[in-house]
Design a protein around this ligand. Structure first.
Ligand code: SIN
Length: 179
C-alpha cells in the first residue's frame, strides 16, 4: 500500500532537523528507525565548522540491534530542494521503513545519512576528545556547542535519552564550567 500521496513524503530527522525546522510540513510525529545509531562522527565544514576547521555533527551508523528515535515530518516533494542543499556536506538521501509512534504505523520515509566514505567523515574518538572538538568549533550556523545542546534538549523533549548525546553534553558542560 502506498503510504502517502505521490508528492508527499515522510522525512525522518534525527539531528538538527528535529529542532531547526526551517521548512514547511503537513504533519509531524515522533518516529523511530531500527538498525541505526546516532553518532557525532560527521565533519561539518558549512554549518558548525569551516573547511579549515570542521566541526562535528551527527550521522547515523549501521547498528543491527539499535533503535534511533527522532521526528518524522510529512513534507511536499518541493521541500527536498531546500533539504538537499542544507544537508549537502556529505549527506545522501536514503529510503527506509519508519515507525510513526503515536499512530503505530510503519511507513516508507526518507532520511539523510553521511556515510563513512564521504570526504567530511571524521569517525569515532573518545568522548572527552569529541566534546573538546565540539567546544572549540564554530561555523556559519553558529557554535558547535549550540548544535549539541539544542539536540540534547530536543531529544529530551521527545522523551529520548540517547546515551551518546547525553554523555557528550555532560562532557561539554564540564569543559565550559572549567572555563
Ligand atoms: C538530520 O537532522 O536528520 C540530519 C543531520 C543534521 O542535519 O543534523
Amino acid at each position: 500500500m502506498d503510504d502517502t500521496l505521490d508528492d508527499q513524503h515522510w522525512v525522518f530527522g534525527y539531528g538538527s532537523l528535529i529542532y531547526k525546522v526551517d521548512f514547511p510540513y503537513l504533519e509531524r510525529e515522533i518516529a523511530s528507525l531500527r538498525g541505526w545509531s546516532r553518532r557525532f562522527w560527521q565533519g561539518s565544514v558549512d554549518h558548525r565548522g569551516t573547511p579549515e576547521s570542521p566541526g562535528r555533527v551527527v550521522t547515523l551508523i549501521p547498528d543491527t540491534h539499535a533503535l534511533c528515535r527522532g521526528v518524522a515530518f510529512l513534507v511536499d516533494e518541493s521541500v527536498f530542494a531546500h533539504l538537499d542543499h542544507r544537508e549537502k556536506n556529505g549527506y545522501e538521501r536514503h529510503k527506509t521503513q519508519l515507525c510513526l509512534e503515536e499512530r503505530q504505523q510503519t511507513v516508507t520515509g526518507t532520511f539523510y545519512i553521511a556515510a563513512a566514505d564521504n570526504p567530511a567523515f571524521l569517525g569515532d574518538a573518545p568522548d572527552p576528545e569529541l566534546a573538546r572538538h565540539i567546544a572549540e568549533s564554530h561555523g556559519p550556523s553558529g557554535s558547535n556547542a549550540q548544535y549539541l545542546l539544542r539536540l540534547a534538549d530536543a531529544l529530551r523533549d521527545i522523551g529520548e535519552h540517547d546515551p551518546h548525546v547525553l554523555n557528550l553534553e555532560r562532557e561539554l558542560l564540564a569543559l565550559t564550567q572549567k572555563g
